[in-house]
Design a protein around this ligand. Structure first.
Ligand code: T3D
Length: 258
């Protein structure tokens, strides 16, 4: 049984974390398989969006703590360097939108992987826990970068130090995630959203993501220069031409992601 279930549907690569008995916590094999799937998404033209979720009642409980303390498991610095850091880099640098459908608890690295995605929706019963402080660790998987930028420094430091459980509706209110759905509707909503995005001008979405990534560090002048450069690139795409012509001809556009 693979720890990552994957299938392509209508241009969407659906990835399901699949260790439900252990709340989809990550061991090495699962982390490396996940990285391979993200590489596949990057290198396959047919894939225009990625949808990430968890099997069973949880989204992901972070690192498999059994593996972390096992004498023959990978050392802690390798877990961070070889498992989580590449996952976060690959999500942020993926030239396709990544939608995360949080179907239950997202704890530790599981929470921060979800928050690294481009759009995060969660069901009402889902929750987010920066669980690291409870076991003497610091938040990894980009959490110390992402969370203060999403919800502000003060809230982020409190959540990271206290390890409070934040329910989905509260997470939405504080800007941690995009939207909350009723439990029964989550999957349909997430899949519809991913399929819709896969039909959009995905090259433009990638350039938007690139600009957003850089906006986290650039000053205004640098960001304006970058927008000029990326807008020029977007303006040379097939999709821009198609989008404008479809608008003027009053027809539906047929975007190709190039
Ligand atoms: O080396 C390093 O660790 C570096 C990497 C760090 C990255 C990290 O992610 S550190 C943070 C690791 N994660 C956690 O600390 C979360 C641990 N889990 C929990 O706190 C709770 O399980 C939850 C709050 C997520 C859910 O609670 P609950 O009551 O719904 O479920 P449960 O009963 O605690 O868990 C169900 C089973 O999953 C249980 O196994 P059992 O008793 O049925 O055999 C539990 O042990 C197992 N499980 C849950 N999380 C993990 C896990 N097993 C291994 N590792 C886990 N992270």
């Amino acid at each position: 049984m693979s720890f990552i279930l994957s299938e392509i549907q209508n241009g969407v690569l659906i990835l399901k974390l699949n260790r439900p008995d252990l709340l989809n916590s990550f061991n090495r094999e699962m982390a490396l398989n996940f990285q391979k799937e993200l590489d596949r998404a990057q290198n396959t033209q047919e894939i225009r969006a990625v949808l990430l979720t968890g099997e069973g009642r949880a989204f992901c409980a972070g690192q498999d703590l059994q593996e972390a303390i096992s004498a023959d498991g990978p050392e802690l610095h390798r877990i961070v360097k070889e498992h989580y850091n590449p996952i976060i880099e690959k999500i942020r640098n993926l030239r396709k939108p990544v939608i995360c459908s949080v179907n239950g608890v997202a704890a530790g690295a599981g929470a921060n992987i979800a928050l690294a995605c481009d759009i995060v929706i969660a069901c009402k019963s889902a929750s987010f826990i920066q669980a690291f402080s409870k076991i003497g660790l610091i938040p990894d998987s980009g959490g110390t970068f992402t969370l203060p930028r999403l919800i502000g420094f003060q809230k982020a430091s409190a959540l990271m130090m206290l390890g409070d459980k934040i329910l989905a509706e509260e997470a939405e209110k504080m800007g941690m995630i995009y939207k909350v759905e009723e439990d029964d509707n989550l999957w349909t909503t997430a899949l519809n959203l991913a399929e819709k995005m896969a039909k959009m001008p995905t090259k433009g979405l990638w350039l938007t993501k690139l600009a957003l990534n850089s906006s986290l560090n650039n000053d205004l002048t640098k960001q304006l220069d970058l927008e000029e450069k990326l807008q020029t690139e977007a303006g040379q795409s097939f999709d821009y031409n198609e989008g404008v012509n479809a608008f003027l001809e009053k027809r539906k556009p047929n975007f190709k992601g190039v």
